[in-house]
Design a protein around this ligand. Structure first.
Ligand SMILES: [Zn+2]
Length: 331
């Protein structure tokens, strides 16, 4: 499937829809914008975005790594039960630009017993021109050699989470020596021949690409809810955003961290308003119920959380905020 012929070329709307697995409207991103983002700033006037953040959860060393941002044009179909005006107001209240919806990408890596475990693999420069170019550079800056990643734990099969596993034109493995751990429910859904009757046309390319890669690679291991995927790391099913979306709980001593992935997208929108339904949720009502349940757990258990679209530093805690929640980034 055509995604981007060159990383910094403007992607066609059709290809972008296929790449993102979306069936809604998508915007064009000018190469000039792409370059600004690649330089580490979404806008020339804004301060440079942190390339990585390191902290500890018990004995576990955690590094969040910035992979760029999608400057999503406003679009009435983005949130089913909120208007573009509501969206802009929420962005401003969250101290974000309202010129577009800034959807950043952040990958979490943990070092457990001397081994690196990475949660999802970034966009691979194949989803948005403004993302992917920084990932390897920022990993290097964080002192992590991609060849030393021994395990990659996947949360779900949306392009921004898995395209970093596969080379752009050949689908060759980017991490051939790593074990790739995937939720069995997610693997089953996307590899089922009947998936094409369940998905809109725009998502067929994604399903085909999954079937040609994760579906056949020998280093892919499927796990069920509650499985221990690495020492002290357990799968927590959180279906809704996709049929097999899975969070992971990292425990060390009395400290715990939940890798939330896409339980909520941008916090200023979907944590503040947990009832807002984004069009990329496979089952938005289930996604909302799962979101509320796990956010309440994050508060009750005083969890550190990392969110794939929370923006750097990408890690923090959750608190109640009126009828919704607020994400408090770690210092
Ligand atoms: Zn995502």
């Amino acid at each position: 499937m055509a995604i981007l012929s060159r990383r910094n070329l403007v992607v066609s709307a059709g290809a972008a829809a296929a790449a993102f697995g979306l069936d809604g409207q998508l915007e064009f991103i000018a190469p000039a914008n792409a370059q600004k983002a690649a330089a580490g700033s979404a806008s020339g006037a804004e301060p440079k975005i942190q390339s990585f953040k390191r902290f500890k959860v018990g004995d576990v060393e955690v590094t969040t790594i910035y992979d760029g941002v999608w400057e999503k044009a406003h679009d009435a179909a983005f949130i089913k039960n909120a208007s573009v005006e509501d969206t802009k107001k929420a962005l401003v209240a969250g101290k974000l630009t309202d010129a577009h919806v800034p959807i950043p990408f952040t990958v979490t890596v943990v070092k457990v017993k001397g081994k690196y475990v990475m949660f999802d693999a970034g966009t691979g420069g194949q989803v948005q021109p403004t993302a992917g170019l920084l990932m390897s550079q920022n990993m290097k800056a964080a002192g992590i050699d991609p060849a030393k990643i021994s395990t990659i734990v996947v949360t779900h099969y949306h392009p921004d989470h898995i395209f970093g596993l596969m080379a752009k034109d050949t689908n060759a493995q980017v991490f051939p020596n790593a074990e790739i751990i995937v939720p069995a429910a997610e693997q089953k859904f996307w590899n089922d021949p009947a998936v094409f009757t369940k998905l809109p046309e725009a998502r067929h390319g994604l399903a085909k690409r999954v079937q040609a890669t994760l579906g056949v690679w020998k280093n892919v291991k499927q796990i069920e809810d509650g499985a221990e995927v690495a020492p002290g790391i357990k799968a927590v099913s959180s279906h809704g955003h996709t049929p097999g979306h899975t969070c992971y709980l990292v425990s060390s001593g009395k400290k715990q961290m939940m890798v939330l992935s896409d339980l909520a997208n941008v916090p200023a929108l979907f944590l503040k308003n947990p009832g807002w339904h984004a069009f990329f949720d496979a089952d938005a009502s289930m996604a909302e119920a799962t979101r509320r349940k796990l956010m309440d757990r994050a508060i009750a258990d005083k969890l550190i959380v990392t969110g794939y679209h929370f923006g750097m530093p990408g890690a923090g805690t959750i608190a109640k905020d009126g009828t919704g929640y607020v994400f408090k980034p770690i210092a």
